[in-house]
Design a protein around this ligand. Sequence first.
Ligand SMILES: Cc1ncc(COP(=O)(O)O)c(C=O)c1O
Length: 449
Amino acid sequence: MAAQASYEKEYVARTSKSKAHFDKAKKLIPLGVESNVRFFEPYPFYVKRAKGAYLWDIDGNRIIDYALGYGPMILGHNHPAVIRAVKEQVDKGTMFGASGELALEYVNMVKKAMPSIEMFRFANSGTEATMHPLRVARAYTGKEKVAKAEGSYHGGHDYALQCVDIPPDKLKDSRCQPAVPFGTGIPKSISDLLVIYPFNDWDVTEEVLTKNADDLAAVIIEPVQAGGGCFAPRDNYLKKLRKLTKSLGIVLIFDEVLTGFRVAFGGAQERYDVKPDITSIAKIAGGGYQLAGFGGKKAIMEEIIPKEGGNVYHGGTYNAHPVSVTAGLTTLEILSKPGTYSKIDRIGDSLFHGLRDVAQDRGVDVWVESVGSLGQMYFTDHEIRTWRDAFNVDPEKWKHWFMYSLGKGVFFGVPHADEHFFTSLAHSKEDIERSLEISDQAFQRIAKE
Ligand SMILES: Cc1ncc(COP(=O)(O)O)c(C=O)c1O
């Protein structure tokens, strides 16, 4: 076993119960966690409870949380209004099988946030929220291929798990990057239906999409690409993409699973003023419960309605689960209040800009890319604009900062250098100051080494 890195020592010293639990869990649960992303070396911590901006692990440590359930908890954990609504719903019944009234109220709220959504269907996860509309787009256009950006993440189905990462020997010029399955078990015949384009590189995107237009049913995109970290769209990239897909007859799908209700109430489509044909939502949409969905142009969504010649199947036992709908609706009602997003962005900026300033003061080269409450810190001396720009960042320095901070009780988000972290409305000025203070200590150590 490799020697314990010095920056991990405090984490290990404070988490003996998590270590013991991990040793037991990994015998029954692959990697000891329920989602591969949750695993990190030397072992993950396990959580007992959460409130506001904090998690408490099973060793009793209080942790400032910037993972926030991997995105949903923008109000902070256990917001009292959400908990109250959930408890009331539990008393009324949790699973009807038939549809309830609240689902329509919820859809009206989503439509208010994202007026591009003319019709909407519920699902349970972000994975489903991107999988279904791809099929709808194929039915609507009569074409079979789908374009996705290299590095982007749209969930765990076979069409989405392509070029999420690319091994060096499979990496080609972005003008002709073939789809490479992410992981094993994905049929080659699915990869053959994917076209790969580079987010934020307009000239190549235009060339690739135009060349494949006759076969392309849909272009799916994270309008702020969070697969690979955080990449904000530059130079009107989204507006150009909207114009091009419209002229080529390709359905434009915004995967707003992460950005929806985060970068603005109306998601990235509001922030960057671009209307997609279809939008996928999840995460914040359910206020911490399993709710997702997709919606957009009526003419496209009507592919789901049975008609002569066939229709797209869409169903799901738990779709519009009453508890999730209640939690989601209560969350969206709170978020819809005027002034909420300037506050969300202010808190986000104080952390992300603060990290950049503190690192600079200590002479550590970082590029912090953020959009309001979503961002990532790359240890590099160059600008990060595209997914390929992030290839040569320093993962060891990132790990040093991440593990040192975790040892001091600050969890800087999804535990991998090519992921991201978030702020919530529950993070106080003191939480941010404490997080910057601990990061400053980490930067001093990194600068010394
Ligand atoms: C942009 C995006 N799309 C889709 C998904 C998949 O969502 P889920 O994990 O709910 O299936 C994620 C999850 O992180 C995501 O970030």
